[in-house]
Ligand binder design. Sequence first.
Ligand code: AHR
Length: 670
Amino acid sequence: MHATKSLTRAMLAMTPAILLAVFPGTTAAGAAPPLPLLHIDASQVTGQVSPLHYGLMTEEINYSYEGGLYGELLRNRTFKAVTNEAKYWRATGPATIALDPATPLNEALNVSLQLIVPATADNAPAGLANDGYWGIPIRPQTSYHASFYAKAAPGFAGPLTVALASADGRTTFAHAEVSGLTGDWKKFDVTLTTKNVPPSKDNQFTITTTAPGTIWFQQVSLFPPTFAGRANGSRPDLMQLMADLQPKFLRFPGGNYLEGDYFNERFDWKKTVGPLEQRPGHRSPWKYWSTDGFGLPEFLGWCEDLHMEPVLAVFAGYALKKDYLTAGPALEPYVQEALEEIEYVTGDAATTKWGAQRAKDGHPAPFRLRYVEIGNEDWFDRSGSYDGRFAQFYDAIKAKYPQLQLIATAKVKSRVADLLDEHYYRSQEEMELHALDYDKYSRTNHTKIFCGEWATRVGSPTPNMAGALGDAAWMTGMERNSDLVVMQCYAPLFVNVSDLREGGSMQWKTDLIGYDALNSFGSPAYYAQKMFSASRGDQILATSSRDIPQQTWQPPARKRNGVLQPLPPPQQLQKLFFSATRDHQSGKIFLKIVNSLGTPQPVEIELTGVQSVADAGQATVLQASRLDDTNSLQDPAKIVPLTAPIQNLDKNFRCTFPAYSITVLEITAK
Ligand code: AHR
């Protein structure tokens, strides 16, 4: 379910006062301490808002794709998740099931599931069952596409019954019969259509028979309708949540998922293209199996569906368990692999090998690619090999694709990277402490920044209001400095919240969007980002301030080599953050203000460099009464932005921002 709260007529009438108190003019002089003052000089454009704010980033973590975005509903469809059992599959009735490495479908899917149905099955159907990723979503009047490869030992007369049923087996929502199994592998497809049933997720998928025999299965798959009807596509509710963020690019495939724990567990892109049954799958460094049904073509399809630019990260010869190759001939195959990957994305379908493969995979037209990232977080590589590895990739890619912008993931000296990828995972206070950092970066000679992973890691599984406030403070800094921070994306994007125990569906706490098999929700941080993205503007306006409220913060003591260090000195934290941009075509000014205090904050706002300001404007406010307030599956719309008209705007006005709030003011000025 996608959480939204729309304003009713009655709410609209009352919200201006409740949302935001706006008064004309400046404060009366008196003994009271001066109010904070924000000054926007609309005659001074300090830079252009980068068109690449905001992007998306996630990877195969927290069941983001399998059990998440990827439409596939059956868990371990290729039986390769573990080698000693058909994990997540059950025998039903008197049947037995086992992995059979001696009966592979092909080299990629080199094992199958063997089902033995005894003669006693003629009284009670026997077969196999799968419970999906913590459930199988059943919706009313919905058609599901089930498919599988199967073959049978001589003597099996069939047929098979494919069904969607409740977990207790009492209700069958839809079923279909399949016959014609032979001694050779054959693919079967059926459509299962539900009637007018209530939505539910505690369900199972079964294939049963009453005919005795031995049957082998491979790639047993179940797809619901997907976003834009794309074959092998994505979950519509999650796609819509992302579309509502108006993302400009997608950084993929990772993250750690690009690197893998070991070289042979990297994102080996060639094994993620072509027909699904030719993709062997691999283990994600987040400790679960990926079928790679969501592979390179699917990442590109995702970009296309959401009108995003691909930002392609290529494996750069360093794996998470610290294995690496130094620059030189041994690294060369990986450089070639990257060049071929770029060719897959951009190459001509008629004249290049990998462009032709892309066409075979259903996309003859090349994709537009401008950014390629070399590796991921190579600052972890303490061997110092990154400089040389980067140079080798840089030279080869620039020689063949001089138009590409290359992103380094750690500082390099041997070449001038076009962008540097910085990652920040911080507490709310740390985000606030660093929210002004980019204001201080030199503009002469500084490499442009791609803030490729950032998040205020407060709240689990998804960020709470404290997380949203930290994020918003940080976003004001990135927006104000987007001439330098030209690209940025929050990470990670997704978490399946079905089982939050160790070893369950979450490997990383604090993820923007949560879901189970049936429903989904955006966190307060999701809505903060949506507000910023929807009011980007294209010109950064000069701002200055005075008397901004501060608070003293004691940073926690840190451990070094397992030993707790003395407390660091206390820090003064700013508690009010802001940035101003303008859409040069409409003249609309977007003023974003973050009040991290637990009390309402009146602020004087002064606009210069304009002739006049329209009395009426608009305010969008995200607010909570507690820092740990949050959204969840049970209460998906607890904290969502409210938009309402406001009045009394002028060149000078006073506005009181609610406690713990993020506000976007839209001001029309000439
Ligand atoms: O976003 C989660 C992880 O954080 C990424 O995989 C990695 O790049 C970073 O350390």
